[in-house]
Design a protein around this ligand. Structure first.
Ligand code: KIV
Length: 277
């Protein structure tokens, strides 16, 4: 069923059931108005820890905290009624072990009304994923380029080329067996993304992966042209809101300095009645 036709948010099992069908559509969101804009177009919306870079000006996602995720998660939840909300577990909130992961995942879900959490890692996270799923927390996995590990991956490189491909396939299989309902594949070769998609039973959500994945995700500020510090090859800009916004601000500044704004239609007269807003 298309996101537009649906009346209520899908559950993780509905997303899982979309494997091999019409591609799953998703974007990140961090605020209520953005969530409202995408609600009827997306199957799920991710409150990504990319919020740290695109809204807070951090150099990476490593400085994102639980409190930041909860604040943005609450804002996004207020804007959604049709799309499912998934929320990222920030760096340091789950890697110590299953109990720590459960404590923080439960807090994220209870305090934001997210339908699932996402965490980064493959084989090394599979026990944690199984622990969470067994205790009622749906998990979306994320393998390939995992931005919380840039310091051990050697930066934002393509992952899984050559001999590393078999490790990535093992990662994807491990998280699927552990009970993840879907898996993000970030910045991996197209042929590997296709192989993984064919070899596991849960949907793959590509970003810098392949049109053959079961769905796609982009960071909303990237695809709208709002985040312009750099542009990854896998980003397609569907709008140039950053440039348009700056041009509008320049026009406003000129109008204020020339006393063209406010105009007669923007100011109030002495006599009532008149519009007061
Ligand atoms: O944080 C994020 O925005 C993400 C997506 C890019 C998948 O993890």
């Amino acid at each position: 069923m298309s996101a537009t036709a649906r009346k209520s948010a899908p559950l993780p099992d509905d997303i899982r059931a979309m494997k091999g069908g019409t591609p799953i559509v998703s974007l990140t969101a961090y605020t209520t108005p953005m969530a409202q804009m995408m609600d009827r177009h997306c199957d799920f919306v991710l409150v990504g820890d990319s919020v740290g870079m695109v809204l807070h000006g951090l150099p990476s996602t490593l400085g994102v905290t639980m409190d930041m995720m909860i604040m943005h998660g609450r804002a996004v939840a207020r804007g959604l009624s049709k799309a499912m909300m998934v929320i990222d577990m920030p760096f340091g909130s789950y890697e110590e072990g299953p109990e720590q992961a459960f404590r923080n995942a439960a807090r994220l879900m209870a305090e934001t009304r997210a339908g699932a959490v996402k965490l980064e890692g493959g084989v090394s996270m599979s026990d944690t994923i199984a622990f969470l799923v067994a205790r009622g927390i749906p998990v979306m996995a994320h393998v390939g380029l995992t931005p919380q590990s840039i310091n051990t991956l050697g930066g934002y490189k393509v992952q899984g080329r050559g001999e590393a491909a078999s490790n990535l396939i093992a990662d994807a299989k491990a998280v699927a067996s552990a009970g993840a309902f879907a898996i993000v594949l970030e910045k991996v070769p197209e042929s590997l993304a296709n192989d993984i998609t064919q070899s596991i039973r849960i949907p793959t959500i590509g970003i810098g992966a392949s049109a053959g994945c079961d769905g796609q995700i982009l960071v909303v500020d990237d695809m709208l042209g709002l985040f312009t510090a750099f542009k990854a090859k896998f980003v397609k800009r569907f709008a140039e809101l950053g440039a348009d916004g700056e041009a509008a601000i320049a026009a406003y500044a000129e109008d204020v300095r020339a006393r063209r704004f406010p105009g007669p239609e923007h100011v109030f007269g002495d006599e009532a009645p008149e519009a007061q807003t």
